[in-house]
Design a protein around this ligand. Structure first.
Ligand code: URA
Length: 216
């Protein structure tokens, strides 16, 4: 299933417009903050779909039967671009376990690239709800590769993928590899350049959040 959170106007469409805006992008703190806020909305929407249990809570005046999350999810992200969204998710799922995967595009001379995974730190994911955040779902190859590693740590009960922007080709690629996952996106664009950038997109999310890097 794919949920485009821009199908209806809400605060998220305002934040998406800001992260796309070449002028507003100069404010790096605002860019990160908007990614956090978009992740917060995704977290809230995803929370409505998660298993819950009833719990008796003692208040100063009596007992209230409340609905609470059955189990905390595992929050996973792809470094470095995913860090801001990860913080946004942690604000809401504040007792979650966390997985960090560092993935980068290793460019070939002909302009093509492969995804290389370096650092991986992942809890047991057996029968857990896994929510993975990545601001840009472009080709989908880093997400699919990351999910393969997450599956090495156990078979998740559910997988949710949250991204600020996604493109149609990437969504289709991820859906073929992970047909049961739900993809939550701030918005969806149709075009992808030969170098794997989303158009109109927003540019390089990692550079905009944390500064330009040298290609190694
Ligand atoms: N990663 C980015 O940061 N931007 C894109 O457009 C695609 C992948």
């Amino acid at each position: 299933m794919v949920v485009n959170l821009s199908n209806n106007h809400s605060l998220i469409t305002n934040w998406i417009s800001e992260i796309r805006d070449i002028e507003i992008q100069n404010d790096r703190m605002r860019f990160r903050k908007n990614l956090e806020r978009i992740a917060g909305v995704c977290a809230y929407e995803i929370s409505k779909t998660l298993p819950w249990v009833e719990k008796e809570i003692t208040t100063p005046l009596g007992i209230s039967v409340c609905k609470v999350l059955e189990k905390q999810p595992v929050l996973a992200t792809i470094m470095r671009a995913g860090l801001a969204m990860h913080n946004g998710f942690l604000d809401y799922f504040d007792k979650a376990d966390n997985a960090f995967i560092s993935a980068y595009r290793k460019h070939n001379r002909d302009g093509s690239f492969e995804i290389s995974l370096d650092y991986i730190s992942c809890p047991d994911t057996e029968n857990r709800v896994v929510i993975i955040s990545d601001p840009m779902l472009a080709t989908g190859s880093s997400l699919v590769k990351t999910l393969q590693y997450i599956r090495n740590a156990g078979n998740p009960a559910e997988i949710h993928i949250a991204c600020a922007l996604a493109c149609t080709v990437g969504i289709e690629y991820v859906q073929r590899a992970e047909p049961t996952a739900t993809i939550w996106c701030g918005d969806i664009d149709d075009e992808l350049t030969a170098k794997g950038y989303i158009v109109p997109g927003l540019g390089d999310a990692g550079d905009l959040a944390y500064g330009a890097k040298v290609q190694q």
